[in-house]
Design a protein around this ligand. Structure first.
Ligand SMILES: Nc1ncnc2c1ncn2[C@@H]1O[C@H](COP(=O)(O)OP(=O)(O)OP(=O)(O)O)[C@@H](O)[C@H]1O
Ligand SMILES: [Mg+2]
Length: 305
């Protein structure tokens, strides 16, 4: 049983609903489960009909939920970096450093890598605090990017560490010539090495312990997006789990829905042809609001992922 599951796909296909339902199923089976949303436009709380924050909160027996945010994590991280800088740079340039960091806190790269950091923290808790982690992802592009980040960031961090080491090499040389042979620790360099090691662990965790379930509705554009995402994720070293086709019109329908069903059948055939080996699950178009623990748990009962 793979412990970490991502649900991803085009906007509006049912990721949040299915993630919450699947998480309730896992919790119902006795696994300590955490469901988190990484989508900046959070709706996990709405789906569960409760309010959520960045800290996991119990929402049903055995189930905790949280909505994590890159912005919030970035602010925390910038505070840490400012603290490192205080030791590493002369006091007179600290105001400039602080101004620079304040701007960096809002930059897109910082926010997305901070989100990855928070997700990494939670993934690292799987096995101790949680048995299962279900991630309600942002729409496809964002999710693919987030899951590719450990690979993308590694060479960048390595470059930073190399530059820092070179700069320290010069410092040491000068200090040596001046007769000062003390070895000073370098919190910045230590943090870079620690970060590199964490990214490496996350990459490995994602490869071995995680499945990405692509969700789509049986229509042309969602199918095209799903096919592209499947290739990109596989290239990034991630494993695909059962593909979920949501809102499939049941065969008993008549009228408008019957013609809809005929169109859907063509797409379903294409989905089956491409993803048969990994498994494809059809979820019917359902009546009802599909929110709240009770309704979602019922849906979860049908989700064999
Ligand atoms: N099988 C289904 N039958 C009927 N309605 C559904 C089904 N699955 C999801 N819905 C409804 O479709 C809407 C969109 O679902 P949801 O919010 O889960 O999608 P999403 O992929 O998370 O969207 P976003 O990309 O905006 O985060 C919701 O109102 C949800 O209740
Ligand atoms: Mg959603």
């Amino acid at each position: 049983m793979t412990a970490v599951r991502f649900l991803g796909g085009k906007g509006g296909v049912g990721k949040t609903t299915l993630a919450a339902a699947f998480a309730l199923r896992q919790a119902g089976e006795g696994h300590r489960t955490l469901v988190v949303s990484t989508d900046p436009a959070h709706s996990l709380g709405d789906a569960l009909r409760t309010s959520l924050s960045g800290e996991p909160r119990q929402v049903a027996p055995g189930l905790h939920a949280a909505e994590i945010s890159g912005e919030e994590q970035a602010r925390r991280r910038i505070a840490e970096v400012a603290e490192d800088a205080r030791h590493a740079v002369p006091a007179e340039i600290m105001p400039a450093v602080r101004r620079h960091l304040a701007r960096a806190a809002d930059s897109p790269g910082t926010v997305e890598s901070a989100l990855l950091d928070r997700l990494t923290e939670l993934v690292e808790q799987v096995g101790t605090r949680w048995d299962r982690l279900v991630v309600d992802s942002a729409p496809t592009g964002h999710m693919v990017r987030l899951l590719s980040l450990p690979t993308l960031l590694t060479p960048w961090i390595e470059g930073l560490a190399r530059q820092r080491e070179q700069a320290r090499g010069v410092d040491r040389l000068v200090a040596g010539m001046l007769g000062d042979r003390r070895e000073e620790s370098d919190p910045l360099l230590e943090r870079l090495h620690a970060r590199r090691a964490r990214l490496e662990r996350m990459r490995e965790r994602l490869r071995t312990d995680a499945l990405v379930h692509l969700v789509l509705v049986p229509e042309r554009l969602p199918l095209a997006e799903t096919l592209r995402a499947a290739d990109t994720l596989t290239e990034a070293g991630l494993r695909l789990g059962t593909v979920v086709v949501n809102r499939v019109v049941p065969g008993t329908e008549t009228g408008v829905l019957a013609s809809r069903r005929a169109e859907q059948q063509q797409i379903l055939a294409e989905v089956d042809a491409r993803f048969a080996h990994g498994g494809v699950l059809h979820v019917p178009l359902l009546p009802g609001l599909l929110t709240g623990v009770e309704e979602l748990a019922e849906l979860g009962g049908t989700l064999e992922l």
